[in-house]
Design a protein around this ligand. Structure first.
Ligand SMILES: C[S@@+](CC[C@H](N)C(=O)[O-])C[C@H]1O[C@@H](n2cnc3c(N)ncnc32)[C@H](O)[C@@H]1O
Length: 263
């Protein structure tokens, strides 16, 4: 990242591609989010269209984690930290949030949010999600409106799942193209929200399918919910016993502590 001229960060740098080795697609993505970062909290309210129920979807995604006070949560591609307040409310001061993002300017906004709220339990790491080394024994991992931008999303899901403790939860909320949408409508609809990459590539790659398949193969107790006429999805699952049996730990967790995974 050093090669990209970032200002001195107040967050930790994780393992990223060496300076000068960031590929062109990621470099464009970083530049795009650098331009958006300062106004992201306002402009994201128009994302993907004005009036889109983004906050309601975030609530569902964080709710799907079944968090408890003291939990440790990784927010993958956390951006400016729009999920942090929702997570903080559930984990309290004894919990921990690790926010990971590729773009320095988005993390700078996240850092400003952390300072405004006086949260002492948030650490921010600048890293490509594809290279981030998840800390072990996590209680939960969440990623909102971001993982479909990461070509290695299946690998990120697998490595995240391996870092969860038994009963830990992984939830991904992201946009998708509704089923039976003609290609040209999909391209038009996503043009405003995917300016950094080829729309053709995103629509053609159908990343939501790879995300669903990876969640299915790495986790148990999977739920897949299409939101807002199929324009978004929430997929969530539990790290269970390796036998493939439904995790008794998760059942215990839900019952004993009143967690209500969203379906
Ligand atoms: C649309 S924003 C979403 C931010 C935040 N998750 C939210 O819900 O508001 C997408 C974010 O993904 C980050 N991002 C994209 N590709 C990434 C990657 N490979 N590794 C880490 N972060 C990435 C961008 O820097 C940007 O902050």
């Amino acid at each position: 990242m050093e090669g990209l001229g970032a200002a001195a960060p107040r967050y930790r740098r994780g393992r990223t591609a060496p300076a000068g080795k960031v590929d062109g697609t990621r470099e464009r993505l970083i530049e795009t989010y650098r331009r958006k970062a300062k106004r992201y909290d306002v402009t994201s309210r128009l994302y993907p269209v004005p009036g889109y129920p983004q906050r309601g979807q975030r609530l569902r995604a964080v709710g799907a984690l079944g968090l408890r006070p003291g939990d440790t949560v990784v927010d993958v591609a956390c951006g400016t930290g729009l999920n942090f307040a929702l997570i903080e409310r559930a984990i309290g001061p004894d919990g921990t949030i690790v926010g990971v993002d590729l773009t320095d300017a988005m993390l700078a906004q996240a850092q400003a949010r952390v300072e405004r709220h006086g949260w002492a339990n948030v650490s921010l790491v600048q890293s490509d999600a594809a290279e981030f080394e998840f800390p072990g024994e996590l209680d939960a991992i969440v990623s909102t409106y971001a993982l479909s931008q990461v070509p290695e999303c299946a690998n990120v899901i697998a490595r995240g799942a391996a870092a969860l403790s038994r009963g830990g939860r992984w939830a991904v909320l992201d946009l998708k193209v509704p089923a039976r949408t003609p290609g040209w409508v999909a391209r038009l609809g996503t043009a405003s929200v995917r300016p950094f990459a080829s729309i053709e590539e995103w629509v053609g790659r159908r990343p939501w399918e790879a995300i669903r398949a990876a969640m299915q193969s790495e986790l148990e107790d999977l739920s897949w919910t299409e939101l807002c006429l199929g324009s978004a999805f929430l997929v969530a699952g539990t790290r269970g016993a390796q036998t493939g049996e439904p995790s008794p730990v998760h059942s215990e967790r839900g019952t004993a502590r009143g967690a209500t995974p969203q379906r």
